[in-house]
Design a protein around this ligand. Structure first.
Ligand SMILES: [Zn+2]
Length: 106
């Protein structure tokens, strides 16, 4: 499955950051709303991470990047989760959100 980079249309304090990656089936439509905060997002046509050298999930984690892999409708696996973070991230379950603030504080 391809990795897409999404960007929030407005700067905000979303836990996923202003840009984040989602791995989703190529036949899926572009997401319109952030799975975390529900605000408007847009898919970037040229994902910046794919232009640079390929990065592993642990590299992304080190950069503070959040990568979600779509598992099911509204269910994403946070492959860059660390520590007590939930690996499975459900759009309708706030307790499974990535703990980005904690990561920055490390
Ligand atoms: Zn968001």
């Amino acid at each position: 499955m391809p990795t897409y980079v999404y960007a929030h249309k407005d700067q905000n304090s979303c836990q996923l950051g202003s840009e984040f990656e989602v791995v989703q089936p190529i036949k899926d439509n572009a997401l319109k709303k952030c799975p975390s905060c529900g605000k408007a997002i847009e898919r970037l046509i040229f994902p910046p991470m794919s232009i640079k050298s390929p990065k592993s999930d642990s590299d992304l984690k080190g950069l503070g990047f959040t990568k979600l892999v779509k598992k099911d409708n509204g269910v994403y696996e946070n492959v860059t989760a660390s520590g007590s973070e939930s690996k499975l991230f459900k759009a309708d379950d706030p307790s499974s959100m990535p703990h980005l603030h904690k990561k920055i504080g490390d």
